[in-house]
Structure formats: C-alpha cells, structure tokens
Design a protein around this ligand. Structure first.
Ligand code: SAM
Length: 436
C-alpha cells in the first residue's frame, strides 16, 4: 500500500492551469457554481421524495458545501453539477474504469451509511468528491481514509481534495480487497465500486456495531446494501438499485450466459446449463401469456425487490435484447437491459413483459409473463405464482435481508434462503416474514 504523497500546493497549481485565471471570471464562475450546486440539491430532494431514501440535514448541508466542480476539472460547470456520473478514466476498449459517481447515488448511499461526527471512515474507490462529503460529515474529530487501486486516480483525488481545501483526507493507492488495516478499525466503511462479494478484511476492519454500505451484484442484480457488524458477522438490508464500475482483481461470479440470434437476445447471470439451440427453437414457438392479477399503480416504487425474490430460484436468468430484436417481435421484455427470466431444464423460457394497462388512462397495470417452448404453460404458471407469493408476503414487507458469514460456516448455521459462496465469506439472502 502506498500513501499518495503529492504536495497539495503542486496539486492546486495543476488544477489552476485547467480553471479560469482572472479574478473577475473566477468570481462569476464561483457564483454560477453556487447556483448550480443549489439547483442540484433541490433535484436530489425531489428524487429522495420519489424514491424514499433518507437525506439527513447533515448530508444535505455537505452537498450544499462541497464544490463538486473542483473534482471534475476541465469539465463544463453544467456537466459537473448535472445529476449523473462523470467518467474520469476509460480502458483501452472504452469501458469506464473510474468516475465521479452520480450525486443522487452518493446522497442515497450516505443516507444508508448514517455517518456520525467523530467517526473513522474508510472509502474504497476514490474520486475525491465523496471523500470530501464524508470529511464534512465526520467533522474535525473524525477521519477519512480513501483508497484506490489506480495510482493515477489516487493522485487525482488527492489534488482535487487539496484544491477544494480538504488537505486532511488520507488518500492511499491500494487494492481495496484488503482494506486499510493499519488505519483501522473503522466505524463506517463505504464501498464505491461494484463487487460480487465481501472480502473478510472489510468485516475484520469494521468495529462491532459499525456500518458498511456496499454495492453488490447478486445474480446480476446490482444493489447498494446497508450492513451492520453483529457478533462478528454482517447483517442488514435496504437494497437500493445502483450501478458502479466493477471492482478490479476480486473473484467475480462464475455465472453463465447464452446468446441467441447472433447476440440480439441474451440470457445472462444464470447458474444452470442452458442450451442455445433449444432456446432458439423455443423462441420460434408460439407465445403463451399468463397474467398474475397483481397490479401496480402509477408512481408506485415497490417493484424494486421482485427481481431479487425471483433470483432465489435456480432457474433464474436475466434477459437482455437489442432494440432490433424487440422491433422484430422476437422478444418483448419489460426492460431490454435486464429483465427477470426463468429457463427450465427442458429449454422452455419465460420472462416479464411490459405491464398490461388495466384502465383507460393506464394508471393501473398488471404484472404478467410471456413464455415459449414445449413447457411454456408450466414455466409461465410457475413464474406468475412467484409474483403472487411476492405480492402477498413480501411486497409491503421489510424486504430481503443479507447476512455475511465467514467461509466454512456450516449450512445448518445459516438461515434458509439463497446462499452465495465466495472465497472469504458466505452471503445469504433471506426474506423475513411481513408482520402487520
Ligand atoms: C466509481 S469510482 C469511485 C467514485 C468515488 N468514490 C467518488 O467520489 O465519486 C470507482 C473506483 O474504484 C476503483 N477500484 C476498482 N477496483 C478497485 C480495487 N480492487 N481496489 C480499490 N479501488 C478499486 C477504480 O479505480 C475507481 O476509481
């Protein structure tokens, strides 16, 4: 692990070279930045109301204070204060390797993290901006350590932090898989890079009763989970939809994928064998529709966990389709990027189509299933039955619970549910019953 040693004065000078250098212009752009920052916070407040995440007074104050544009040098002010991520480094093939995350996602995750003044916080994945927000939240008695696997990104984070006046954030270049033991333990850990599992170092470096927020892919479904350490293991829930660049150097899920029609239709994140020829044949057979009787009103935001509920099933997959395949009527998934699907062993498949309008102004819509293949009716019925169980038992309930146990914990000591075994830990998704 290397602490980044860039001199903050050099860092500020570097940044000045890409920002405006006349006093009059600087003053005007400072005012513009303040206004844009205020408008961004108002947008996040609206989003919080729509999506129901916690935005404490302290997080709101931090968002109003930290000059986000100084963490995106060379980027137009409007872009720096738009509510989306800013890619700061790409791979040779053009994929994003690093970004300053979207501010509403950062606000949502900070709400999950519940930082208190005086705490020691570790951030895994650096951009500088989120570390500055954390610095505001922990106050003068607390400390923030942020680390990144990429030296260039760590250097960049340090220079931006210095330019914005946050000289006391510790910036390290290290593989986040191992945390930062020499500066721990931490009361809070926030992971800002997508991961498939929870390394044991993160559990070990979190104090008992401490809190961790981590964007995890479970069966291809990316969610930010809020977990607490209790008796040496992690327990929590509140999964929130999010998307992050993937963590480098950790054990990925060994999931399967199947491409049909030259990549026009893809099934991915599956666990069982699936045969492309059988699936293509199934898709050429007539469509069977099944409707669940479960309806959704406009503006309801409670479908977010249905896919996680379906992901318990061994025959769960995600379906993605190119627009051309949708236009040609090959498949009509609800969401072309990642729609829940089931594939049975005989090569029949079922997936969620767009919801069916139930009234003239389309404010009430019904969840259903489209299926193809020799056993289309059976797999469709199995799928709608799961939608009905989710609706009856979990739709209005506390949602899924995630527990993280050391590798080697016997099955008998785990609650019932979906088990995901990783190198260091066993992750367990269970569904506590909803009590009225
Ligand atoms: C989305 S960015 C972090 C955003 C940042 N926290 C911010 O303030 O907006 C994710 C970062 O994680 C880093 N990263 C990827 N794999 C990592 C690993 N194994 N250990 C530490 N950092 C890693 C990437 O280099 C990238 O800079």
């Amino acid at each position: 692990m290397t602490a980044v040693t860039t001199d903050p004065a050099d860092a500020a000078a570097k940044l000045r070279s890409v920002t405006t250098d006349t006093t009059r212009e600087a003053t005007r752009s400072d005012q513009d930045a303040d206004e844009l920052r205020g408008a961004l916070v108002e947008q996040i407040i609206v989003q919080r109301e729509e999506q129901g995440f916690v935005l404490s007074r302290e997080v709101e104050a931090a968002l109003r204070t930290v000059p986000r544009h100084l963490f995106a040098p060379g980027v137009p002010l409007e872009t720096a204060y738009a509510n989306h991520s800013i890619v700061t480094k790409r791979s040779e093939r053009g994929g994003p390797l690093s970004s300053v995350s979207a501010p509403s996602i950062q606000a949502m995750m900070l709400g999950q993290l519940q930082v208190e003044p005086g705490q020691r916080v570790l951030e895994i994945g650096s951009g500088g901006y989120n570390a500055a927000l954390l610095r505001e939240l922990v106050g003068p008695e607390g400390s923030v350590t942020t680390l990144d696997i990429d030296q260039e990104i760590a250097d960049r984070a340090l220079s931006c932090l210095a330019a914005a006046g946050y000289r006391d954030v510790r910036v390290l270049c290290a593989n986040g898989e191992f945390g930062a033991a020499e500066y721990g333990p931490f009361e809070r850990i926030i992971v800002t890079v997508g991961t498939w599992g929870i390394p044991s170092a993160w559990v070990e470096q979190l104090v008992e009763g401490g809190r961790m927020v981590v964007p995890l892919w479970i069966k291809g479904l990316g969610r930010s989970w809020a977990l607490e350490r209790r008796n040496g293991y992690l327990i929590g829930g509140d999964p929130r939809t999010c998307g992050f660049v993937p963590m480098q150097g950790v054990d990925k899920n060994r999931s399967r994928s199947v491409s049909l029609h030259g990549g026009q239709v893809n099934f991915w994140a599956g666990e069982q064998q699936a045969d492309a020829t059988a699936l293509s044949e199934a898709l050429s057979m007539a469509r069977v529709e099944a409707w669940s009787g479960v309806t959704v009103r406009d503006g309801e935001k409670i479908l977010g966990n249905l896919d996680l509920w379906l992901a318990r099933l061994p025959e769960f997959w995600l379906l993605s389709a190119k627009q051309d395949a949708v236009d040609r009527g090959l498949v009509s998934p609800d969401w072309p990027m990642a729609t829940p699907a089931l594939i049975d062993r005989g090569g029949s498949l079922a997936y969620q189509p767009k919801l069916r309008p139930m009234n003239a102004d389309k404010t009430i819509r019904e969840l259903g299933v489209y299926a193809h293949g020799p056993h289309a009716a059976e797999v469709a019925e199995r799928f709608v039955e799961q939608i009905r169980i989710w609706d009856r038992d979990h739709r209005h309930g506390p949602g899924p619970r995630l527990t993280v146990h050391p590798a080697g914990t016997p099955d008998a000591d785990l609650p019932a549910g979906l088990v995901i075994d990783k190198r260091h830990t066993r992750m367990m998704v269970s569904w506590p019953e909803h009590v009225e």
